[in-house]
Design a protein around this ligand. Structure first.
Ligand SMILES: *Cc1c(COP(=O)(O)O)cnc(C)c1O
Length: 222
C-alpha cells in the first residue's frame, strides 16, 4: 500500500470532528511530500531538530505539531513556527514556551499531557498536579500560551479494557475542566489514539489522533 492510499483509506473512516495528525518522525521528506500531495496538512514530529529541518524544506501551509517529550533548551528552535505542542508536562516548560512565544510575538497553543498509562516510562502529569498547574497564579500570568486541550498515551498492551479505562480517565478530566475558561485556558482538543488504538480512542471521545505507522509504514530506527 502507498502512503496516499493509506491516508485516503484512513480518512474515509474519520468523522469531520476528528483531526488526523500524520506522525512522520524518522521518515524522509519525500514521504511527507507524498502525504502532502494527497491532501494532508497536519504533521507530527517528536524531535525539534528534525521537525525544523522538515519545516524548512516543505510548503508553508503545513501545520506542525510537536508530539514528543521536550527539552526546555530546545523550545526556541520551534517557537517561530510550531502550531501545537502536545506533551506539555510541567510549569517550567510552559514558562519557557511562553517566553519564547513572546520573543516571536505570537501565542503558542499547547496541550497538557496527563499520565494515564501504568508504565513508568510514559511521561505526563498526575491529575492533581495538572489541576494545580492550571489553577496557579503563575499560569494565569502567561500571556503568550494558550492551553487548548489535553493529551495522553495509553499503555502498550493488548488488553482493550485497560486501554479503554485509560482513555476514559482522560476524557473525564477533559469534561471536568472544559467549563473552566480563562484568558489562556479553553479546552477543545482531546489528543489520544495512535495506529494501534485510534478507533477505541475515538469511541472514548478523542478529537485528535496521532497516527504514524498506519500511514507511513513501520519506522526504521538505526
Ligand atoms: C510515534 C508516536 C505516535 C504514532 O505512533 P504509531 O503507532 O506509529 O501510530 C503517536 N504519538 C506519539 C506521542 C508518538 O511518539
Amino acid at each position: 500500500m502507498s502512503i496516499s492510499s493509506n491516508l485516503n483509506q484512513l480518512k474515509s473512516t474519520l468523522s469531520e470532528e476528528v483531526t488526523l495528525v500524520a506522525v512522520s518522525k524518522t521518515k524522509p521528506i519525500s514521504d511527507l511530500q507524498e502525504a502532502y500531495d494527497a491532501g494532508q496538512r497536519v504533521f507530527g514530529e517528536n524531535k525539534i531538530q528534525e521537525m525544523t529541518t522538515k519545516w524548512e524544506a516543505l510548503p508553508k501551509d503545513i501545520e506542525w505539531h510537536m508530539i514528543g517529550h521536550i527539552q526546555t533548551n530546545k523550545v526556541k528552535y520551534m517557537a517561530p513556527y510550531v502550531n501545537l505542542i502536545h506533551a506539555v508536562d510541567s510549569l517550567k516548560l510552559l514558562k519557557e514556551i511562553n517566553r519564547q512565544a513572546a520573543k516571536n510575538d505570537r501565542v503558542i497553543n499547547c496541550l497538557l499531557q496527563l499520565k494515564i498509562a501504568e508504565e513508568d516510562s510514559k511521561f505526563g502529569l498526575a491529575k492533581d498536579d495538572l489541576i494545580s498547574l492550571i489553577e496557579s497564579t503563575e499560569f494565569s500570568e502567561f500571556k503568550n500560551i494558550k492551553v487548548v486541550g489535553l493529551m495522553g498515551m495509553a499503555s502498550f498492551t493488548d488488553d482493550q479494557d485497560q486501554v479503554k479505562e485509560e482513555f476514559s480517565k482522560l476524557k473525564s478530566l477533559f469534561d471536568q475542566l472544559k467549563s473552566k475558561i480563562t484568558s489562556n485556558l479553553k479546552l477543545k482538543t482531546l489528543s489520544m489514539g495512535m495506529s494501534g488504538d485510534y478507533p477505541l480512542a475515538i469511541e472514548c471521545g478523542s478529537t485528535m489522533i496521532r497516527v504514524g505507522s498506519a500511514i507511513f509504514g513501520a519506522r526504521n530506527y538505526k
